[in-house]
Ligand binder design. Structure first.
Ligand code: GCB
Length: 570
């Protein structure tokens, strides 16, 4: 799925701003004449979660209605017009000028509709009904009644239009998709580029690759819908976290001597593979330092805010992180672009968290997970920063889970033969998918949920368990979550749970265990920042305080400790 671009042949406008909004608490709709616009609305900011924008009704999860009017900003001759939603949580129904144009299930991944035949030149009315109510038929599912809202996962189920809505136009005969796979031989980089177009006769493709003194051109006649071209870059500058080198790839379609479409893409040349108990980037072992995270901020909730993305990357650089996992759902496309540019390694996870596999929902869960993995790989396949796909976070114990994840693994492998695939295992669950996954991710909280307060005992248990897992599977292990809650400003000597001292000691000792195991290839602290979650007796103020930064991004003691450990700096 190509992100909209602006050039001579393509254009987009961003519909972000203040939209009209209305809650629909009884699910009755928004009046008889809503197809020509509903009344009694209030303004709301898009993109952003709706939950924290108002004084009341924070926990109302839907349904709710959005509407906006716009004019068609271009003439549509020989062009397709589409409307694209970056992320809406959870169910969306979309109408244009009173006509249903489509439905999408699942937050965090983009979807779009071709509206070429429906858009009019003057007053267009876009209406979106969003339903974020929890259900065990959804992925992620509802769950624990002792949580409010009752999620089966530990983050607040923010709802609404979370990422920009773009109205965009592409040539009818334009490029539909591009896939770039890179490989390396000595100092030469190879780019296998597949370009998908509609049926075109007497047309050709011209590719150019520029950067670091290289200028390559390649021209070929279009003979198939998916045209393959290989570019060879001598003395290539490879992509890696220290030097995130990106080349500019541009692709033109030429017909009857004129260019009819143009698309440009940043590409990084790198390889990623698992050999034995190592993860190799460009043939060299890498060790991941970083975090599990959330898209979460006061007031905007899970909404896209560019300044927060910059701040989080800046804090991760400051602390010496080289990587993160998109726990527990895909992050914005802009986040991924910046990972490429700033040299972060990303474990890219679908929103499959808290899967239960209960008999009545398992088929539906698998359908949705298949949909998500396809949407994710289609969206993120060209990012050099993405080094691994994660099939799920902490699925529950089940006899069926092996089969379930084998199907999902095969699907991901089919869609992308180049990247390792992992699954993130919960403490106490014997993960059947470890048999076929390439890397084992484990989340462990000994010393917190178990052996509370006893860090040394916890580390012994952790160490033994890791050795046993490695013995059994002989695959690299990432400690993908570990951490302790700390209330900012709460101190204790001797260190006690919830104090900043305890959190720092917990993290330091866990890292020491990891560093003594050659098969451990990464340590991801849970979490970069404190984050909002459901209310419950283990979550004071509806917050998870395992962040090493506060929710408003101030460092706790653990942040300074990590900077020392990861960067050697005070
Ligand atoms: C986990 C989950 C994460 C929670 C964390 C915790 O294992 O993957 O979503 O927030 O534990 O703090 O309990």
């Amino acid at each position: 799925m190509l992100y909209p671009q602006r050039n001579k042949f393509r254009h987009y406008i961003d519909l972000s701003g203040f939209w009209d909004f209305r809650f629909d608490p009884d699910d009755k709709g928004v009046g008889e004449n809503w197809r020509s616009g509903f009344n009694n609305s209030c303004p709301i900011a898009v993109p952003a979660s709706w939950n924290d924008q108002f004084a009341d009704d924070r926990d109302f999860l839907g349904p709710a209605w959005y509407q906006i009017k716009f004019k068609k900003p271009w003439d549509g001759e020989n062009r397709k017009t589409l409307i694209r939603f970056g992320s809406v949580n959870y169910l969306s129904d979309v109408w244009l000028n009173g006509e249903l144009i489509g439905r999408h299930e699942g937050g965090h991944l983009p979807f779009e509709f071709d509206i070429s035949n429906k858009i009019v030149s003057e007053d267009n009315l876009l209406v979106v009904r969003v339903d974020g109510r929890l259900s065990n038929l959804h992925v992620p599912p509802s769950g624990r009644p002792m949580n409010n809202p009752p999620t089966n996962f530990d983050f607040y189920p923010f709802c609404g239009i979370h990422r920009p809505v773009l109205l965009y136009v592409i040539p009818n005969e334009g490029i539909r998709d591009i896939t770039v796979i890179t490989s390396i031989e000595d100092t030469t980089g190879f780019l296998d580029v597949s370009i998908e177009t509609p049926n075109l006769s007497k047309a050709s493709l011209s590719l150019s690759l520029k950067g670091y003194g290289t200028e390559l051109m390649n021209t070929s006649n279009i003979e198939e819908n998916v045209q393959k071209v290989t570019l060879e870059v001598k003395n290539a500058k490879f992509w890696n976290p220290e030097s995130p080198n990106l080349y500019d790839l541009t692709i033109n379609i030429v017909k009857e001597d004129s260019i009819i479409d143009y698309y440009s893409l940043k590409v990084g040349i790198r390889t990623i593979e698992v050999i034995g108990d190592k993860l190799l980037l460009n043939g060299d072992p890498i060790y991941l330092t970083g975090f599990g995270r959330h898209e979460d901020f006061p007031i905007t909730g899970r909404g896209y805010v560019p300044a927060i993305i910059i701040k989080d990357y800046s804090l991760m650089k400051w602390i010496g992180a080289n990587s993160f996992r998109t726990s527990h759902y895909p992050y914005s496309e802009q986040m991924m672009d910046l990972a490429d540019r700033l040299g972060f390694l990303v474990i890219d996870e679908i929103p499959a968290v808290g899967l239960t596999f209960s008999k009545d929902v398992i088929d539906r869960q698998l359908d949705l997970c298949n949909q998500y993995i396809e949407e994710l790989i289609t969206r993120d396949k060209n990012h050099p920063s993405v080094i691994m796909w994660s099939l799920a976070n902490e699925p529950h114990n089940s006899l069926k889970s092996g089969e379930f994840f084998k199907a999902l693994y095969d699907k991901a492998r089919n869609l992308d033969s180049t990247r390792p695939i992992t699954i993130v295992n919960m403490m106490g669950v014997k993960e059947k998918a470890f048999k076929f996954c390439d890397v084992l991710c484990i989340n462990r909280y000994y010393g917190w949920y178990l052996q509370p307060g006893s860090i040394d005992e916890a580390c012994e248990v952790l160490s033994k368990e890791m050795d046993k897992l490695y013995e059994q599977h002989r695959k690299p292990i990432i400690l993908s979550e570990f951490g302790a809650g700390s209330i900012p400003g709460w101190h204790a000597q001797p260190p006690e749970m919830f104090s900043e001292e305890f959190q720092a000691e917990f993290i330091e000792k866990y890292i020491d265990v990891c560093r003594n195991k050659p098969y451990v290839i990464g340590e991801h602290v849970w979490n970069l920042c404190d984050f909002k979650t459901s209310q419950g007796i283990t979550r004071m103020g509806g917050m998870n305080y395992k962040g090493v930064f506060t929710r408003d991004r101030r460092p706790k003691m653990a942040a300074h400790l990590l900077r020392k450990l990861w960067k050697g700096k005070n």
